[in-house]
Design a protein around this ligand. Structure first.
Ligand code: AGP
Length: 602
């Protein structure tokens, strides 16, 4: 979603802001803009353009002398990606400028009121209403932070706002509700940003802002208050990721880097949580285990992690588990109680659908745990407990290492809760600890798959087949191909083929089959499914361990593992297949069209 950065210090604000926006490009955007406070009492210098950052840089014909300013990359929600709709938005005099991430749900009501006051709107955005509202309030209070507090009380919906006022050249004011905002604390300079990537190259000291808080920064000072002006002490933390971690590290794309980081991401997520045959999760020690039902809520790839985790969670905690799309749950009237444990899964911790579903579940009395990869983000902050995955920054829009670590997190929760419930469990800790090496082995032997992918470049559709835990893996394989290669793809449960989908099979139809270990009770059924589609002309690629001995031309071997852990291995070739296909299609691997890394609108 939108990228936001504010800088105030002694260096060139233009240079720092443009560099920060470049680090935020991965969030997905379709226009960019900047507002610089050059001189007190003079109108702000504002430049904004549709398209990529390069268009904005072209518009900045000379280096500004400003030492404070705000910058924005926009992912369109209200109004198309045009120069006029790009942020910042300013009042008619150019004295106040605002940038915004989120959606102001009552902007039309505000717009109507502001038009009656005589304001002339030029854009189709919800944010322009905020700019005029803030300018009018500033006339009353004479202080930007007080004006911001006042208008936040009138805004409904989600927002990260940054504002500058040409009468106070070194001050930037920010506010947040349901949308990320973090303070970067430097020496004689300070940053406000939507995430730490924007300023990590300059400082690793950060302050976490809470819901409905307003922050005022100058080069020397950071002041945080609630909406009533009461001073708040924000949580300070040191960022553990260095800027290299957020760089590509020599890989061609972030996605490839993150695929190859999976062994370490899984190892780091297991680190310190396995003691012998036991799983210890200090983060969840206060969660009562008297729940009668578990409900997992998530979106996209995180939803697939939930579908995979369900099998182990049910088996190891003897508790019914449902997995539901957050965007669907949000508008249902579900029957929950304080005996329902809700687990949300979100890499970014800012996905609006998941955040709103979490709130809905909390309002119905559920206990909530979040599985998240982004420290200090909104979803974990609003959960009763959080189990962080330690995958490191996931920059590519297509989620890879976050998925594997989300599945690991669910398995850790299942084993920990099962142990606490006194359930006799299989000894899984050894198997879990072997996963990083097994993933590494796949990555070292996956070269033939890159070649094999070329044979499917012109396919019009690719089908993915799986059963039991292999079925959600098939869904994930299809999603990866859709979002990266822009190809039609569909995941099926093997047992469903005969109920309709087999009509799709014709000569040459590509089918990727995720084959369970031969010891599985569904192994024979999966073999039958493969034979059924091959008999009708399908070209099958099997993802299988060495126990699979069907004579078919294209097999990608994965190491043997416990059946419930197999998706963690079988998904890796599916990621590589989609990556290779994206390359063959000449697509933007790290920022596929129409997609954003964190969907912070509903
Ligand atoms: C997956 O490759 C996509 N990037 C998308 O489905 C993503 O998993 C989904 O939007 C959820 O994001 P989150 O994990 O940050 O909540």
């Amino acid at each position: 979603m939108c990228g936001i950065i504010g800088y105030t210090g002694s260096d060139s604000a233009q240079a720092r802001i443009i560099e920060g926006l470049r680090k935020l490009e991965y969030r997905g955007y379709d226009s960019a803009g900047i507002a610089l406070v050059e001189e007190a009492k003079k109108p702000l210098l504002i430049a904004k353009r549709a398209g990529k950052l390069a268009n904005l840089e072209e518009a900045l014909t000379k280096e500004s002398r400003a030492s404070a300013g705000i910058g924005h990359t926009r992912w369109a929600t209200h109004g198309g990606p045009t120069d006029m709709n790009a942020h910042p938005h300013a009042d008619e005099t150019g004295k106040v400028a605002v940038i915004h991430n989120g959606i102001i749900e009552n902007y039309l009501e505000l717009k109507h009121e502001l038009e009656i006051r005589g304001h002339k709107f030029k854009s189709e955005t919800d944010t322009e209403s905020v700019a005029f509202l803030l300018a009018d309030e500033l006339k009353k209070t004479g202080n930007l932070a007080s004006a911001m507090r006042a208008i936040c009380k009138r805004l409904k919906g989600s927002f990260t706002l940054l504002a500058v006022d040409s009468d106070n050249p070194r001050i930037i004011v920010g506010a947040r509700r349901n949308s990320p905002l973090v303070v970067g604390v430097g020496k004689g300079e300070n940053y406000l940003a939507s995430d730490v990537s924007a300023f990590i190259a300059f400082t690793k000291s950060a302050l976490e802002l809470g819901q409905d808080q307003v922050v005022e920064v100058s080069p020397e000072k950071v002041e945080v208050t609630d909406l009533d002006g009461r001073i708040v002490t924000p949580h300070a933390y040191e960022i553990t990721w260095d800027s290299k971690a957020a760089e590509r590290g020599g890989f061609k794309h972030f996605m490839l880097k993150e695929i190859y980081e999976q062994p370490k991401a899984v190892a780091d997520t297991l680190l310190g949580r396995i003691k012998g045959e036991k799983v210890e999760l200090a983060e969840l020690k206060d969660i009562k285990i008297d729940f009668e039902r578990i409900l997992i809520l998530a979106c996209g790839t995180a939803f697939h992690a939930g579908l995979i985790g369900k099998y182990a969670l049910e088996e190891w905690t003897h508790t019914p588990v449902d997995v539901e799309l957050a965007s669907e749950f949000r508008y249902r009237k579900p029957v929950l109680s304080n005996k329902t444990l809700v687990i949300t899964i979100s890499q970014s911790g800012e996905t609006m659908d998941t955040l709103m579903a979490l709130r809905h579940a909390k309002s119905l009395g559920a206990t909530t745990i979040s599985i998240c990869n982004t420290i200090g983000s909104t979803i974990p902050r609003e959960s009763d407990a959080v189990l962080y995955t330690h995958a490191g920054p996931e920059i590519a829009v297509a989620s890879t290492k976050a998925l594997l670590t989300q599945i690991i997190a669910i398995y850790l929760i299942a084993l920990n809760f099962g142990e606490r419930k006194g359930i006799k469990l299989p000894n899984m800790t050894g198997e879990l600890l072997e996963l990083p090496n097994k993933i590494q082995k796949i990555l070292e032997t996956v070269e033939p798959l890159r070649e094999m992918t070329r044979g499917y470049k012109d396919a019009t559709s690719v089908l993915f087949l799986g059963r039991h835990v292999g079925y959600p893996a098939a869904l994930e394989g299809a999603l990866k191909l859709k979002e990266l290669a822009y190809m039609h793809a569909e995941g099926f449960a093997g047992g469903e083929l005969k109920h309709g989908p087999i009509a799709l099979i014709e000569n040459g139809t590509p089918v990727i089959a995720i084959v369970p270990p031969a010891s599985s009770e569904i192994a024979a059924k999966m073999i039958s499914n493969i034979e059924e589609v091959r008999a009708r002309g399908a070209r099958v690629i099997a993802i299988a361990d060495s126990s699979f001995n069907l004579e078919i031309p294209e097999i990608i071997r994965i190491p043997k593992s416990h059946e419930l852990l197999q998706p963690i291995l079988s998904i890796v070739p599916l990621q590589v297949f989609a990556y290779e296909m994206s390359l063959l299609k000449g697509n933007d691997v790290d920022q596929p069209r129409n997609l954003a890394k964190s969907v912070t609108v509903e």
